[in-house]
Design a protein around this ligand. Structure first.
Ligand code: LLP
Length: 457
């Protein structure tokens, strides 16, 4: 079964300035002229912390984490919400996830290390990834990680060897590919039949063999299956299709091989609001749909399913974050007026990589008429380094502040040092108080790992 849920990502944000403002008014208070984030003006932020700057409204993160925690509760199942830390990983956010009772999804030794440094409870960590190395598996097992989400048959064998070596116990889920797609862009499709992730549910015998390998030693247990059908999903029917397909598969596995599935992890993908063209499914609605469909399907097949998990990343952090830039030069070409900012694709690769659309404002001219159509470009040596194309903004001056909204997910986490631009600092703002959670990367930082050392090979 294959469903296509395509949504238009690339939109002309200039058409939607009024509804956008109405939305962002909800999350940010606006003094007459200068935008404020949780009680702090962006001018103060830029002056005190420099630009470019990732700014998170901490209350917004708290709100999303608690909403997920509260809404994904059920009388019929044990439930867990995992924060997918790939969306934004640093100690501060991992600590917030712990404080709000969430579990954690990590996909690398680096994300795991960050969680360890943050003091996150190891038994609440799920280790994902299609190519975990021996060293990463040993690290995870030695740390006492709760669950490994196994991607493929070869990983089963390596994990069993690693678990024999370390001697600790670990739970496992197998990542399957239900062939249900939900995507807004081909690069973020993760569950078509030839996906690099997981194993297709049509390969039941191979899956049975994977389970046999895993459970060939007593310290590895098999709990159930995981699937993730895409990111920035706007249609809750995609989750219904995913659940229906998985439950039928679970039933087939039980009938064919007597395999009991206790747990299902349905992945993340809940959409965030970037521009007026986006209509994310309200969290209440999507959580309820998932829980109701799971109960319905479980009852239909009389399955012994006990536990459900979801793993949102973007929907927890995207809207809470914005990027603040200082405007430098401006330029008029034959057909375009450019505004240049002091960051770009190095701190936000998403427009260049996915043609992702963003909304922005001149944050110190919130009261002025949006009289010009401009293109906001970064300072990287790459023609594709455009942040927002053809947007209506007030007439800007050098040193004005441009704010790009909804950059809280996959912004910092996908940032690079291209052109040796240091990664921006990250600040959390809460009720008038500001704290650095990640410092700005300096020129020295960028040269820090360089050396000229002879090694014996
Ligand atoms: N679980 C798994 C197994 C995943 O692969 C992902 C994301 C998530 C959870 C979290 O999905 P979310 O709720 O954040 O949509 N770099 C792309 C997004 C890639 C998502 C990869 N997997 C972007 O910037 O749009």
């Amino acid at each position: 079964m294959c469903y296509h849920y395509c949504h238009k990502v690339f939109s002309d944000v200039s058409k939607g300035t009024l509804p956008l403002l109405a939305f962002f008014n909800e999350v940010m208070e606006m003094s007459k002229k200068v935008l404020e984030i949780s009680g702090v003006s962006v001018e103060q932020l830029a002056n005190a912390c420099g630009t470019p700057l990732y700014v998170y409204d901490e209350n917004k993160i708290t709100q999303k984490m608690s909403q997920f925690h509260e809404l994904f509760q059920s009388e019929d199942f044990e439930t867990e919400v995992l924060y997918a830390s790939k969306a934004f990983s640093c100690k501060a956010i991992v600590q917030m996830a712990a404080a709000h009772g969430l579990c954690l999804d990590v996909v690398s030794g680096g994300e795991l290390y960050t969680a360890m440094q943050a003091g996150f409870p190891m038994e609440k960590i799920y280790f994902h990834g299609n190519n975990k190395t021996w060293d990463e598996l040993i690290m995870a097992l030695e740390a006492g990680i709760g669950c490994v989400v196994v991607d493929n048959a070869m990983e089963c064998e390596l994990l069993v060897k690693a678990a024999q070596r370390v001697g600790t116990t670990v739970r496992t889920l197998i990542r399957v590919n239900p062939g249900v797609e939900a995507h807004t862009h081909k690069y973020i499709v993760t569950a078509h039949l030839d996906s690099k992730f997981g194993i297709s549910i049509s390969r039941m015998e191979d899956i049975r063999n994977m389970i046999q390998t895993l459970t060939s030693i007593p310290n590895v247990t098999f709990e159930g299956f995981h699937s993730h059908i895409g990111s920035q999903i706007f249609d809750k029917d995609a989750y219904v299709a995913e659940i229906q397909t998985l439950m039928k598969f679970v039933n087939d596995m039980q009938k064919a091989y007597g395999i009991t599935t206790k747990a299902l992890n349905l992945g993340g993908g809940f959409a965030a609001y970037y521009t007026s063209e986006d209509h994310p499914i309200p969290l209440q609605e999507v959580c309820q749909t998932i829980l109701d469909t799971c109960k319905w399907e479980r009852d239909r097949y009389q399955l012994p399913l006990e536990k459900l998990m979801i793993e949102p990343g973007r929907s927890i952090v995207a809207e809470a974050g914005s990027t603040l830039y200082r405007i430098g030069y401006q330029k008029q070409t034959e057909n375009k007026k450019y505004i240049f900012v002091d960051g770009g694709m190095s701190d936000n690769i998403r427009p260049a990589l996915y043609q992702a659309a963003y909304a922005c404002d001149i944050a110190n001219r919130m009261d002025e008429e949006k009289s010009e159509t401009v293109t906001v470009a970064g300072k990287c040596c790459e023609s594709g380094d455009i942040l927002v194309e053809n947007v209506q903004l007030p007439h800007a001056q050098t040193n004005d502040l441009l704010i790009l909204y909804t950059t809280g997910a996959y912004g910092y986490s996908m940032a690079s040092n291209y052109n040796r631009l240091g990664r921006p600092a990250v600040v959390f703002v809460k009720d008038g108080k500001v704290r650095f959670v990640v410092k700005r990367e300096t020129y020295e930082d960028m040269c820090k790992l360089e050396c000229d050392e002879e090694i014996k090979v």
